[in-house]
Design a protein around this ligand. Structure first.
Ligand SMILES: O=C(O)C(=O)Cc1ccccc1
Length: 290
């Protein structure tokens, strides 16, 4: 049975999303306390695949996860999908009314991204609350359960509230209905699933120094071939202040005729190109398990 590593404990958005993506076949879903553990377990073969939230509608790229991906040389991206994260306000069980319980909250414990996703709700309904940032949404739920304290709430999935036997104090508290998270799966083996309509390729490009207009040349190698890019983002190389690489998502498979020649052209001007993966991509309307 294939093992799928995800950011735990049980009940995270990542786990919900992994179950949605790997809906067909039998898999073992294995929680890890930190995203770096998810990468390490996949790298050393303890897990076959690792699930990584990489970008959010509201927050943009999860920079720490992009950096982990870049640092994990041997783990190509094998697939990408989009999942709507629905967050809820979760508290200990009590006989008091929900309004009273919300009024009595002093602290909210959750993951930074989840708190950001619910910013408007928290500002209007819980202006008095302070925030504790923890490693995942389900970890916040676990902490609330352990504390057994009615003045603390977590933000997390419905699944986590059920798992820890807590109450939903408010459902679907995310600020925007179009709040989606883009997930990738890393691993050595290709995935065997229904062929998708779209493929993507992700590359890292380091520009040569002292080459004015290098980025323009990179972009034009794609432009004149009419190859669409869906994302370009610079990240510091961390080797020297002011040195960057570009993280580029390309809407084309590396198996195509055009893309390899574009990459050759970019290398020819002195850029370093590293492929992070060429993989199937599933939008939310084109679900992997339709
Ligand atoms: O903390 C979690 O539950 C995660 O899986 C990370 C996360 C949090 C919010 C949106 C998407 C992923």
């Amino acid at each position: 049975m294939k093992r799928i590593a995800f950011l735990g404990p049980e009940g995270t958005v990542s786990q919900e999303s992994a179950r949605y993506f790997f809906a067909e076949g039998t898999y073992e879903f294995v929680p890890y306390a930190l995203m770096s553990d998810v990468f390490a377990a996949t790298a050393d073969g303890t897990a076959d695949y690792g699930v990584v939230p990489i970008e959010n509608t509201i927050e943009g790229s999860v920079k720490h996860h992009i950096d982990l991906l870049v640092d994990s040389e041997s783990l190509p991206i094998q697939g990408e999908w989009v999942y709507p994260s629905i967050q809820n306000l979760i508290g200990v069980k009590s006989d008091a009314s929900v309004a009273e319980r919300i009024a009595g909250l002093r602290k909210v414990v959750s993951k930074d991204v989840a708190i950001a996703q619910c910013h408007d709700f928290l500002r209007s309904r819980l202006p008095q609350a302070e925030f504790d940032y923890v490693s995942s949404t389900a970890e916040g739920v676990r902490i609330v359960k352990e504390a057994g304290d009615a003045s603390i709430a977590a933000i997390g999935t419905r699944m986590s509230a059920e798992l820890y036997g807590l109450d939903l104090l408010a459902e679907n508290i995310t600020d925007h209905d179009n709040n989606y998270t883009r997930f990738i799966v890393i691993g050595r083996e290709r995935l065997s699933m229904r062929p998708p309509e779209q493929h993507k390729t992700t590359i890292l490009v380091t520009l040569p120094e002292d080459y004015p207009g290098a980025l323009h040349q990179v972009l034009s190698a794609f432009a004149w071939r009419r190859i669409n890019l869906s994302k370009i983002e610079s990240r510091p190389t961390k080797k020297k202040l002011g040195n960057y690489y570009f993280y580029i998502d390309i809407e084309m498979s590396l198996d195509s005729v055009l893309l390899p020649s574009a990459l050759q052209e970019i290398e020819a001007i002195g850029c370093q190109v590293r492929t992070l993966g060429s993989y199937p991509y599933f939008s939310y309307s084109n679900r992997p398990n339709n």
